[in-house]
Design a protein. Structure first.
Length: 204
């Protein structure tokens, strides 16, 4: 069972979470140059388009940030990881968990795969899971920047997980809220939209 996060395990759409995230990051980092947001967004868009496995998503993202900003990757690594450790947890206050889905997920006997787009490093994903009172132990596999080489909607994102876990796509289902999640169909994984609650309730 592949599960998306934004708009699925939580009701907040990705755009809403992103707006709070950027505001919080700028305030905590005391960065006055608003162009930094454009650099972050451009780097994220390029990361999502990445189509080879030469570097993991974190290394490639830091390379993009460095190239676009003129500051080395270590600068951005330290800045982001300090933020994730100390300020990012405060975003829990804006999170709206999808309680009905979570209730089913936490009781299911199906093996779970956290398949949110790996545009956050492991430390941030740990915090995001804690926002919904879950952790890595609740999942068979959790995607994050360091262990991923592709992003949704690239079917290679799904194929990489299938290969790592040695599982058949026909035995899997993806629950999500967007066309990025629907891309699972290209990897042979059935897709159920979060609004099709009768379907996922019957399965979970």
């Amino acid at each position: 069972m592949f599960l998306d996060y934004d708009g699925t395990l939580i009701k907040n759409p990705e755009e809403e979470f992103q707006n709070y995230y950027f505001k919080s990051f700028l305030e905590y980092s005391k960065i006055s140059d608003k162009n930094v947001i454009n650099i972050i967004l451009e780097s994220t868009v390029e990361l999502i388009k990445k189509n080879d496995d030469k570097e993991n998503n974190l290394d490639y993202y830091l390379y993009l940030m460095s190239k676009k900003s003129g500051k080395d990757g270590k600068y951005w690594y330290n800045l982001f990881f300090d933020f994730y450790e100390n300020e990012f947890p405060k975003l829990k206050k804006i999170i709206k968990p999808h309680d009905e889905l979570l209730s089913h997920v936490k009781k299911t006997s199906h093996k779970l795969i956290f398949a949110s787009n790996p545009v956050f490093p492991k430390i941030a994903v740990e915090k995001r899971l804690s926002f919904i009172n879950m952790d890595f132990d609740d999942f068979e596999y959790v995607s994050y920047m360091e262990n991923s080489h592709f992003c949704k909607p690239n079917p290679k994102f799904f194929n990489e997980i299938l290969k790592k876990l040695n599982i058949d796509p026909k035995d899997c289902i993806m629950i999500g809220d967007s066309d990025f999640d629907r891309a699972s169909l290209k990897a042979g994984i059935e897709f159920i939209h979060i609004n099709e609650d009768l379907k996922w309730k019957n399965i979970l």
